[in-house]
Design a protein around this ligand. Sequence first.
Ligand code: Z5A
Length: 213
Amino acid sequence: MTTPRGRFITLEGGEGAGKSTLLAGLLDVLEHRGISVVQTREPGGTPVGEAVRGIVLDPSMQGLAAETELLLMFASRAQLVREVIEPALAAGRWVLCDRYADASHAYQGGGRGQPSARIAELERWACDGVRPDLTLLLDLPVATGRARAAGRGETDRIEIEADAFFERVRASYRERAAGEPRRFRVIDASQPAAAVLQMATQALTTWLAELPA
Ligand code: Z5A
């Protein structure tokens, strides 16, 4: 008998949206339902990906060209797909990932102005057909997210961008969600963490109930 393929769920959103906080809560929810989950993140999630993360977030890398940044995000992703995501899904495990290809569309496309056709082509090549089954988009005003992130102290190379950059990122995420309503669920992330977890759990429960057996 073949093992049923696992499901792939991604969390997306702007800076300080609360993805890491929500991920921990959702992991509990899924594991309580007896679902075996692999948790990972982007950029990162593998030794190669974590090294790439060090480069793209390093504030001293000011000369990094937008094209290089885009390629590095997909280099990390190509490795993550092959080393972690695809093997886990093939083994019937679920994968919960903090950011995936939508982040490149939002940040390198919306934020940096890289052409969407170029990003889509990279996605086809690097992701090898591995697309999320469900994406929870944590949406909140840029100022709210930035204030939360500022509370953490450190500022990485992308976080130093101006508000206008993050407004374009937010608009790009919302546009993608509107274009793919079957895959995306938009969560009001300006609410307290417990309310965000409740809304996300509800969205997940409804989605699970609609899945074919
Ligand atoms: N990036 C890219 O450009 N292209 C790509 O393809 C990919 C990524 C994949 C690293 O991502 C950067 O890489 C990111 C996008 C870019 N740059 N930026 N900006 P990351 O996901 O590792 O970093 P991040 O977006 O900056 O994540 P974050 O700021 O750590 O946010 P978060 O995980 O969404 O939030 P959090 O850590 O759960 O919460 C932040 C703080 O808010 C923390 O103190 C919490 O306790 C608090 N919090 C959380 N939820 C709430 C609620 N609901 N209410 C109040 N306070 C809350």
